[in-house]
Design a protein around this ligand. Sequence first.
Ligand code: SF4
Length: 281
Amino acid sequence: MRDISFDTIRDAVAELSVQACCRLPEPLLEAMRRSSRQEASPTGQDILKQLLLNADIAAKEDCPVCQDTGLAVVFADIGQEVHITGGLFEDAVNAGIARGYTGGFLRKSSVAEPLFERKNTGDNTPAILHIRLVPGDRIHLRLAPKGAGSENKGRLFMLVPADGIEGVKNAVLEAVRQAGASPCPPMVIGVGIGGNMETACLCAKRACARDVDSRNPDPRYAELEDELLELVNGLGTGPQGLGGTTTAFKVNIEFCATHIASLPVAVNINCNAARHAEIVL
Ligand code: SF4
């Protein structure tokens, strides 16, 4: 067994919070640069250049890329040979979120209860925490802050096998078309196929948090990612919804086993500020 302390996890999560909100991943910046050269609309080109300038200023001045620093979504892969000392893992993650969002002057966007009081928790906790137990003696943490403008446009389609690949394509296009300008395009689109109602959504979220230069390891799904990107960019929504050929930077797909009579498809849309940061402890 390998010991990893509460304090180590808390400090890592605090650092990831600031890093994710203030510095966009390099593959995303590269996609923005490429798109700014390839975008057909002059307005779209201008918007992409402004997004790059904004990202540059945010990184240099350690300020958030966007004012909506989101709910803190944390993916934690915990090795089975890890022994966490000094407190509970979930408490350490939340202590890190509180420290990072407070110390980093990041907006606190979390309300404790959704319907009546909607009182802000004041420190952006609790994190949305997804834990997997994996082999080994390490902890892999990926923090992907998610703003509401894009999250609110997520969709779940409970298709049946007869809907097939065309059904999946139609579902993704319907979600993107209806999202319009709300998720601040160009988007990064996560598609979860299979599982049941909740795992399809989790697959889509994991897909959304992948880098834009990644591909599904199964060549059939990688090809579908490319095809969907082309279809989505053919919708003409364009940067910030003002028209153009860059509606999305990337479509990422994750899939999992499903019922013989089901074909769930979840679409989780991320915005141009498709933020994430990771660390291995
Ligand atoms: S959708 Fe993204 S870029 Fe737009 S306001 Fe929300 S977090 Fe910011």
